[in-house]
Structures are given as C-alpha cells and as structure tokens.
Design a protein around this ligand. Structure first.
Ligand SMILES: [Zn+2]
Ligand SMILES: [Zn+2]
Length: 311
C-alpha cells in the first residue's frame, strides 16, 4: 500500500486517534515509505510566528533579569557561593517539575486546551514514533512552553534581585531549564547529540537515552523525567505515577491517556466497572485497540467484543 492509496482519515477525530489509525496503516509499509508515513502522522506541527517569537521575548526578559542578578552577585562573595551551592537543588526541582508536566501531558491533559492542548497531542504521538522529534527545529520544538513561561519571565525582569541575587540566579536558571526541557529530552533521543548535549549528558546534568528509553516501552508509564532523571528515584521507586493514575480514574472516572495507549495498564477494578456499564468505555479505547491489538489484554478484548456485539 502506498501513502497515496491510504484511505482518507476523518479530520474531525482527535489527533491522537488520527495518529493511531495512520500508524496502523503505516505498519503495512517498509523502509522510507514507512518512515514518511510515520512522520506524516507524528511530526510536530509548525507553530505560529507569535508562539515562536515569544521564546525570543522570553530570552530578552531573561537577559534583563540576568543584568540585575549579576550586579547583585558581584556585590558580595557570599551570595555567589550560596547561589552556586543551590544550583544542584534547582536542577532537581526542575527535573521534578518537568516530570509532573510530562505526566500531565501524557495522561491527563485535554487535547483541546488553549495553552497545552497541542503539546499534549504531540507528547502522545511521540510515544508511538520516538524518532519524530529528531529533525524538528529548536524554536518550533519549544514554542508551547515559551507561551506558558512568558509571565514568569516577565515577573523576573520586572523584579530587582539586588537583595536576593542568589535566589534570583536559581529562579532564572529554573525558568531557562523548564523552557528547554523538551529540547534536552530531544538530545537524549538523538544517536549523535549536539556538542553541548553530549557534553552535558556525559557530566550527568542532562538526560541520557539510557535513562529515558524505558519511557518508550509499554506500558509507557514510568521514567517521565525530561531534564536529568534525578527525581525519578523518588517517583518510580514508590510507584507514584501508578497511584496517581488510579486516583485520577477513581476521582474523575476518566481513563488516563497512557492506559488507552496501552490497555495492559488498565486495572481490574476499571475493567469490572466497564463490564457492568459498557457505556463508560471511551471511544478512543476502541480506536486505539484496533490499531494496536497486540497491546490488548484478553479481558479488554472480551469487553470490546461484547460492546461490538451489543452495538
Ligand atoms: Zn511521554
Ligand atoms: Zn522521548
């Protein structure tokens, strides 16, 4: 089957469904044709000039704040030492915030949200074809986060840091880390990271592929770190995200998206609830299970067969 002969995909369905259907079709292709079809359904979209321009505005605001911070730091040696001593903690906090944001986008965020809806779609598509980010330009890749971080950068620029330059240094560093988190993640995927990526990966300050690889293996529900992986010890050891998924399901009755992408992660209690009330089964689960039958456990297959038989 050639890409041109692939059936048209309804534009009205959600992007994640569209990518599931297209990925199913791409399975029948080989070589370049297959890569082209995969990129066709998973490559991040071109962001608006406004969104890309906001990143440059963010950096201009960061430079303004940096002038004030450096002036403050140079006034006393103690503030330079304190500022530097707290940088490892800031790297840890940045990694933890990166994990929480990543998990939110992978599992809970709406794909229609104004600020991060598009990012949620792109994070989910990245699971299915991890090489989809390798050719994406810097501004286009981080554009969603430039928009979200605009107000914090503006706040930094409008505040004088003479009285607490060590704190200012760490806050500014944190914002720059968060702005670049997905780019750091992209470096972990490249077979040949850029020079700065390679250097920072070798010192343990940036995420490496070995720390991130398991995130792309079923059930796509661990290793959410995108900066350096330091905070993963905390979350993965205690099964924090698995517990959070259960909490989300029990509280909101909404299936975490990672369960839809891999139904083997759906707990027995949720399957039982679907058995008693099939109307609760989300449409996305049907679409995704058709694209990836190998990820469907027998209990979910039976559930979907019964649903179709009753339809
Ligand atoms: Zn992810
Ligand atoms: Zn990845």
């Amino acid at each position: 089957m050639t890409p041109s002969s692939r059936p048209a995909i309804q534009p009205a369905i959600l992007a994640i469904e569209r990518s599931a259907v297209a990925l199913k079709l791409a399975k029948g292709l080989k070589g370049r044709e297959r890569v082209a079809a995969l990129l066709d359904c998973t490559a991040p979209r071109q962001k608006s000039a406004l969104d890309r321009g906001l990143i440059l505005v963010d950096y201009a605001l960061a430079a303004t704040a940096a002038v004030s911070i450096v002036q403050g730091l140079l006034a006393t040696t103690a503030s330079i030492i304190i500022g530097i001593l707290f940088l490892p903690l800031t790297l840890f906090i940045g990694d933890l915030i990166g994990q929480c944001t990543h998990k939110w986008l992978d599992s809970y965020a709406s794909e229609d949200g104004f600020f991060l809806g598009q990012a949620a779609q792109e994070f989910r598509k990245h699971h299915e074809y991890p090489a989809n980010l390798n050719g994406v330009g810097y501004l286009n890749h981080i554009a969603a986060f430039g928009k979200v971080l605009f107000l914090p950068f503006l706040g930094m620029a409008l505040t004088s840091w003479f009285h607490s330059p060590a704190l200012g240094l760490n806050l500014l560093f944190l914002l720059i880390l968060l702005l670049n988190a997905t780019e750091i993640h992209k470096q972990a995927h490249k077979s040949k990271p850029d020079f700065h990526g390679r250097l920072l990966q070798s010192t343990g300050l940036f995420l490496t592929f070995s720390k991130h690889a398991r995130h792309h293996q079923p059930p796509f529900d661990s290793e959410f770190a995108v900066i350096n992986g330091w905070s993963q010890l905390l979350t993965d050891r205690f099964g924090f995200w698995t517990k959070m998924d259960l909490f989300w399901w029990k509280t909101f009755g909404d299936l975490p998206r990672t369960w839809i992408q891999d139904p083997r992660a759906i707990p027995q209690s949720a399957i039982e609830e679907f058995r008693q009330d099939p109307s609760k089964i989300p449409h996305d689960l049907l679409v995704y299970s058709e694209a990836y039958p190998e990820r469907r456990p027998p209990a979910v297959s039976l559930l979907l067969e019964n649903l179709r038989a009753g339809a």
